[in-house]
Design a protein around this ligand. Structure first.
Ligand code: MLT
Ligand code: MN
Ligand code: ZN
Length: 304
């Protein structure tokens, strides 16, 4: 399986357009060892030709230009993207669907019923796309039933329900239902290897831990180092946990959990611009290095 990381930043990207935090400021002035990151999205392929897009970020246009396998090559209007999976209905994960409105046929979009509800009510992107070529919705079960996708050769997908938070405009905000946020196991039947991907993870429940422990690569929520990171920077009084993200540094946080896993390669994704781990010379980044945990970057390729 080819895994290409199109966007490794959280909502807003890095630097964020209106952000003057230490990281964003230092990136703009070229005084931080780091790199810019677009918003959260990855793409996977079993055959190297047909690609499943996980999440459609507002930066999808630039992301496609950065990765030739997604670009038109066979006819006048064309794409290497065969289908789209949404992990949730957040702005950073779904707004790119609007950018992709010129598709020459309905988009095959895979998501849970609750995300479908977000996409047809609170943030009615599917309704808007109905005025173009439309959306061919494929309901994803929250019962951990595996499924395959046409053209996605050798790949088997399993949605893993997660405890996180529904978007602010969701009918389920503060009253989440299973399916508001899911992670994915993606297995390549030709290599027997599997990826566990969860860009928004609020609580590591037992079933989630098992998926992580049995994966060859885990690509999980790297949003914040500390739960109060936004208020520390004077940005917002919201805790990361209130937005459905588990921090890295607390006891039982993402770093502790990943450190306890023996099998997988461990990589953080969906990194917020305030997170000190974006600075490759920071002590926080050193702690991750020492724990064998990688910080993803745009354009990173993984083969399993
Ligand atoms: C999140 O991951 O919590 C959201 O994407 C935040 C946002 O961009 O509004
Ligand atoms: Mn996000
Ligand atoms: Zn910033």
């Amino acid at each position: 399986m080819h895994i290409h990381l199109l966007g490794t930043g959280a909502g807003g990207g890095f630097p964020q357009w209106n952000c003057n935090c230490d990281n964003c400021k230092r990136l703009r002035s070229g005084t931080i060892k780091s790199s810019a990151r677009t918003q959260s999205s990855i793409t996977v392929s079993g055959n190297g030709e047909d690609w499943v897009l996980f999440n459609a970020s507002p930066d999808i246009r630039a992301q496609i230009e950065s990765f030739p396998p997604l670009q038109p090559a066979r006819k006048v209007r064309d794409t290497g993207i065969c289908s789209i999976i949404l992990c949730d209905g957040q702005i950073d994960h779904s707004t790119g669907l609007i950018i992709l409105r010129e598709h020459d046929k309905p988009w095959d979009v895979y998501c849970t019923e609750s995300v479908y509800e977000d996409m047809t009510t609170g943030y009615p992107i599917f309704n808007i796309l109905g005025h173009f070529r439309g959306v061919n919705w494929h309901e994803v079960s929250t019962e951990q039933d595996s499924f395959t996708i046409p053209k996605a050769d050798n790949l088997v997908f399993t949605a893993v329900p997660l405890k996180s938070e529904a978007p602010p405009y969701s009918p389920h905000r503060h009253n989440t239902v299973p399916g508001d946020n899911v992670g994915y196991k993606v297995e390549d039947t030709s290599t027997g290897k599997n990826l566990f991907y969860a860009p928004g993870l609020g609580v590591i429940e037992d079933h989630v831990y098992d998926y992580m422990a049995n994966a060859d690569v885990v690509l999980v929520d790297g949003t914040v180092w500390t739960n109060d990171e936004m208020s520390r920077h004077g940005i917002s009084d919201k805790l990361a946990s209130e937005m459905g993200h588990l921090d890295q540094s607390s006891k039982g946080g993402i770093k502790d959990t990943l450190s306890s896993l023996e099998k997988p390669r461990k990589i953080l994704i969906h990194i917020n611009n305030t997170n000190p781990i974006l600075d490759e010379d920071s002590p926080e980044r050193k702690q991750l290095d020492d724990a064998g945990i990688e910080v993803s970057f745009d354009g990173m390729d993984i083969h399993i």
